[in-house]
Design a protein around this ligand. Sequence first.
Ligand code: HEC
Length: 186
Amino acid sequence: MASLISARLQRLCCRYGCSVTIVIGMIVGLGLSTAIQAAEPIRPDLTPRLQGLLKEEMLQIEQAMQEIYSAMLKGRHAEVAEKGQSIHDSFILDQSLTDEDRHALRSAVPQQFLSMDAYLHELAAMLAEAGRAEDSTRQLETYARMTESCVACHSAYVTDRFEGLEGVDIPTDWGKPVAEEQETQD
Ligand code: HEC
């Protein structure tokens, strides 16, 4: 669809000179790559109870991430595995919520939000696995992916609180587990 539009623009613009085409191409491209940030803040759509649960969960995840950072630097693999697992297990959509909460949350948020949440969930399991395998390289790679997933979701859905992330150009594949990215590239 987007490539169709830009092909049409190209044909139109070549009559006027190709520098115009390039500029327009760049504008179209920019519009696309920032599409993920066009999402609206999610909090106003959540009940106070759900907001509270989510916030509590986020604070726990942030703390676990800080502890994992510290453990990775020192080669404390068992701790990396344990904290990675704890992020995976305490994951909001799986555990902290009653059935009713879960239903309310799922119907209040867009599909992309749920996917991003699922990516983080999957990455946390991968990190735990890398901890158990005592594989520092894989721990660092996975940790970086997880950090991307925090920034990607916050820049799309939490700009009402994190203004600094508004309009930041985030690559669309940020936070996706590696396997999935390779699948989509093939
Ligand atoms: C699927 C989306 C999503 C992902 C992924 C995500 N967050 Fe969040 N995060 C939120 C939302 C929504 C809020 C706002 C909660 C609120 O204030 O009601 C938030 C808020 C936060 C806060 C602020 C909590 C507070 O009230 O002080 C922290 C800290 C945080 N996230 C850490 C993280 C970390 C660390 C990661 C990655 C490991 C992460 N988040 C990944 C959606 C996400």
